[in-house]
Design a protein around this ligand. Structure first.
Ligand SMILES: *Cc1c(COP(=O)(O)O)cnc(C)c1O
Length: 439
């Protein structure tokens, strides 16, 4: 029988994360303090983030950052995640390409987000933090953080984008099961929320507004730190566990990826699966392509501009040098909630600017077509976010079919879609529509 899945023994699970900031051909421009417009420092970042994460954020010298033993131990509850050869999908497409996916949906909370939540919660705890706060869109990050906070005995306050809070009640329940306090955003509990609601009482919320609220709470509350599930370099760093494992698993399979594909919200899962392979491109050893897949309704990488912009709507976060649609941009209400973000991280933006990676836009219907095809072929119902990576993988596989090329394709299955069946229902009943991006 052909081998389908590759796992690592516990002793082979990586002991350090890969810090691409030490290796990049062009160092990203500095993030700027929102008030002074001076480059941020560890001190200024740690007013909102925990100290260790602030240090990691500005670490441009250490290529490898050790994973604390306590975090590695929690990783072993669900890692390694399987690298799977998608024979079913290959057959359904009739492609000679070898398709693999890294299945991050097997984490206890159902997505890759736990890889960074565990690290951030652990560092907060070690530094004496008692409360953590954050924002969540689709609810994946909020769920991961709620669980991680509980694990280390801290309280979690989560601002959930209002439209998701209402459309995805079970995500909210999950966070509440883990003991978190969940507030729909924009809310009247913060200055930022009040300001937004005064201008627009029916504001449906966005990640940008929810970030403003969480950052404000962290600034105002003693013993409280803010955590972020994407975009920041330290989050990407924690996610490199995905690609580092995959690298070892490909050795077991006797293959190496020609194309690495990931959906793109703020860039953390893309970074996680891509950066460890990218380092071999930097060394001139490989010519792997890296493809970030964004929703056509929120195309910051392909249609945004590279400039300094805020990470949130109110302008509380540092100014980040990034591809952005503007911090006031309100993305259409697509079902891939985790991809509705106006900007991209500073590191991925610089890599994009330097032509070291590519980006493609996927329409909502193409993404669900791909998700359903994948589900039928592999038996896993993917998260609406992940379907963007699947759609791009299918495009690549069909190109291989035309040229008869046996390329090795790897995509990241970031989460399962079992909490998103309402969106599949809509797709099946023909109610799902595409959204064009309008400036
Ligand atoms: C959050 C999320 C994403 C997008 O976030 P990135 O930081 O770009 O990885 C993708 N898939 C799932 C399942 C998510 O929860």
């Amino acid at each position: 029988m052909k081998q389908k899945r590759y796992f690592l023994p516990e002793s082979e699970i990586p002991t350090a994360w890969y810090n691409i900031q030490a290796d990049m051909p062009t160092r990203p421009l500095p993030m700027l303090d929102p008030v002074t417009r001076e480059p941020v420092t560890v001190d200024s970042l740690s007013e909102i983030f925990c100290r260790e994460c602030s240090e990691q954020e500005l670490n441009f010298s250490d290529r490898w950052i050790p994973i604390p033993e306590e975090v590695r131990e929690m990783y072993t509850y669900y890692r390694s995640t399987p690298l799977v050869r998608a024979y079913g999908l290959e057959k359904a497409l009739g492609t000679p390409a070898h398709i693999y996916f890294k299945n991050e949906s097997v984490s206890p909370v159902g997505s890759h987000k736990l890889n960074s939540a565990l690290a951030q919660a652990y560092y907060c705890k070690r530094e004496g933090v008692t409360n953590v706060t954050t924002e969540t869109g689709a609810g994946q990050w909020g769920t991961a953080l709620s669980y991680a906070a509980k694990l280390y005995g801290m309280d979690a306050a989560v601002y959930q984008v209002k439209v998701s809070y209402e459309q995805k009640p079970y995500r909210r329940s999950m966070m509440q099961v883990f003991g978190a306090q969940v507030t729909p955003s924009p809310s009247m509990s913060t200055r930022a929320g009040k300001d937004i609601l005064t201008v627009n009482p029916n504001h449906q919320g966005s990640l940008g507004t929810a970030i403003s609220e969480a950052v404000e709470l962290a600034r105002m509350t003693p013993g409280c730190k803010y955590t972020l599930g994407s975009t920041m370099s330290h989050v990407s760093l924690h996610q490199t566990i995905i690609g580092l494992e995959a690298e070892k698993q490909f050795e077991m399979a006797g293959e190496y990826p020609d194309v690495v594909i990931a959906c793109f919200g703020g860039g953390s899962n893309f970074s996680g699966i891509a950066f460890p392979f990218m380092r071999h491109n930097f060394e001139g050893k490989t010519k792997t392509r890296f493809v970030a897949c964004e929703p056509a309704s929120c195309p910051k990488m392909t249609q945004g501009t590279f400039e300094y912009d805020f990470g949130d709507e109110a302008g509380y976060t540092p100014l980040i040098p990034m591809y952005t649609l503007g911090h006031k941009f309100m993305p259409a209400n697509i079902h891939a909630g985790g991809l509705r973000y106006h900007g991209a991280g500073a590191v991925v933006s610089q890599l994009m600017k330097d032509g070291l990676m590519e980006a493609v836009d996927i329409q909502q219907l193409e993404s669900f077509d791909a998700g359903v095809l994948f589900a039928k072929a592999e038996g896993i119902i993917p998260a609406p976010e992940s379907t963007h990576a699947i759609a791009a993988t299918i495009r690549e596989a069909m190109r291989c079919k035309e040229t008869g090329s046996e390329e090795v394709l790897l995509f990241n299955l970031t989460g399962h879609g079992l909490m998103d069946m309402a969106s599949y229902d809509k797709y099946l009943s023909g109610d799902l529509v595409n959204f064009e991006y309008k400036k």
